[in-house]
Ligand binder design. Structure first.
Ligand code: ATP
Ligand code: MG
Length: 382
């Protein structure tokens, strides 16, 4: 009997698909925004913002567009480098972020002892001296602005062409990607004005779009008969429900877990029951990718919330309960004492937990019994 999976890594969040059904138009739109960039007599710095809900292909589409632009430059015998930063993953202050840019674009330049501004100047000079070009992608910029007090990074990056106004700016573009424009409230007027007010908005996929996307991904991930069209339609409907809100990442997780379940139950194909079971046990607000992004302290804090809720058997618990659980767990894991509050704040921004007050801390609708073992095994690896 053939198995369920052909290649389950094709469902993983790390896999970047070749084809992006229903986002080709956006890929082209982004490439078109930079249509002047390969003209050596012009040196515009193009600032582009992309906004849209979670899991609707923003990061994937931007990366694909950057690749298309690199190819376009190469057809003009020019070298374009892409520096992609996911600020939720990379985090850090402005200094760390600029150092990362320098490492990506100019790896042979030492960054030690340079001020933030000097790093950008070096970067621009390096590109000019070597006849190279670059494009910078700042993904999850809303996360950075919400968690750090310093948003001057937006001011700096949107004015790269003013560092040496009489010389060409070989950084051709900066793309900011975010889930919403909420973070505008934290910017000052100068930052807002250079950012420009009109983002390219990614609309959610329709149910039919999600079906097409999932069929495509399933063809690569599953054996021929393992996934029927009824399963794909059901997952597409779940994905488009208000609870999941169009997040394709959740749909891929659901298919992966249901496939695993089919394998362990020894069925010939994935059944609707298996989809229902997995959907009932997993949480659209906490996906595997998001769990993988958490630091050890964030994981400990999240487990502490789960445990506190379990032991109190209530919808909300108090901070002191969470602290108690975190202290116990930290000790078991041999970690130093930790400030739970700081991490709870980060988990709140990531929309994993709800914090209404010190007396009301809860989870975003996750199924507790399912979540804890996943988190525990993760924190032991981290
Ligand atoms: N059109 C598509 N075709 C194939 N796969 C897709 C498509 N759109 C999204 N995906 C897949 O869905 C997942 C989520 O996409 P992506 O990470 O680009 O979303 P996002 O909009 O950046 O979400 P977030 O705001 O959470 O960062 C990825 O695994 C991606 O491969
Ligand atoms: Mg993204």
């Amino acid at each position: 009997m053939p198995g369920i999976f052909r290649d389950r890594t094709k469902l993983s969040p790390r896999y970047v698909p070749e084809d992006l059904p229903h986002r080709q138009q956006q890929v082209q739109q982004i490439v078109d925004v930079f249509s002047d960039a390969t003209d050596p007599d012009r040196f515009p710095l193009t600032i582009l913002q992309i906004v849209g809900n979670a899991g609707i292909g923003k990061s994937t589409t931007v990366l694909k567009s950057a690749k298309a632009l690199e190819e376009k430059f190469s057809r003009h015998h020019l070298l374009l480098k892409t520096a992609y930063i996911n600020l939720k993953l990379q985090g850090g202050n402005k200094f760390a972020i600029y150092r990362f840019l320098l490492e990506r674009i100019a790896p042979d330049l030492p960054s030690q002892g340079l001020s933030a501004e000097e790093m950008l100047r070096y970067l621009l000079r390096y590109l000019r001296d070597n006849n190279q070009y670059a494009i910078i992608i700042m993904d999850e910029i809303d996360y950075l602005v919400k968690t750090s007090k310093d948003s001057s990074i937006i001011y700096d990056l949107t004015r790269l062409n003013e560092f040496d106004p009489d010389k060409p700016c070989n950084i051709k573009g900066v793309i900011f990607v975010s889930r919403s424009t909420d973070y505008y409230g934290k910017l000052d007027s100068a930052e807002l004005s250079t950012l420009g007010r009109v983002p390219l908005e990614f609309k959610p996929y329709s149910v039919e779009h999600v079906s097409d996307i999932l069929s495509n991904r399933c063809d690569q991930a599953f054996e021929n008969r393992a996934i029927g069209p009824d399963i794909i339609d059901q997952v597409a409907r779940i994905t488009s429900s208000p609870q999941v809100n169009g997040d394709v990442r959740y749909a891929l997780d659901l298919l992966l877990y249901a496939g695993n379940l089919a394998e362990s139950q020894g069925t010939e194909h994935v059944t609707l029951d298996q989809i229902r079971k997995v959907h009932g046990q997993t949480s659209p607000s906490i996906t595997t990718e998001e769990i993988e992004q958490l630091s050890k302290h964030q994981l400990v804090s999240l487990i502490a919330v789960v445990r506190a809720l379990k032991s109190r058997k209530k919808q909300y618990v108090e901070l002191k309960d969470v602290r108690l659980q975190a202290a116990e767990l930290a000790e078991q894991l041999g970690l130093k004492k930790m400030e739970v509050e700081d991490h709870l704040d980060e988990l709140k921004v990531r929309k994993m937990i709800e914090v209404h007050s010190f007396k009301e801390i809860g989870l975003h609708g996750a199924s507790l019994s399912e979540l804890e073992p996943i988190l525990i095994s993760k924190v032991k690896q981290a």
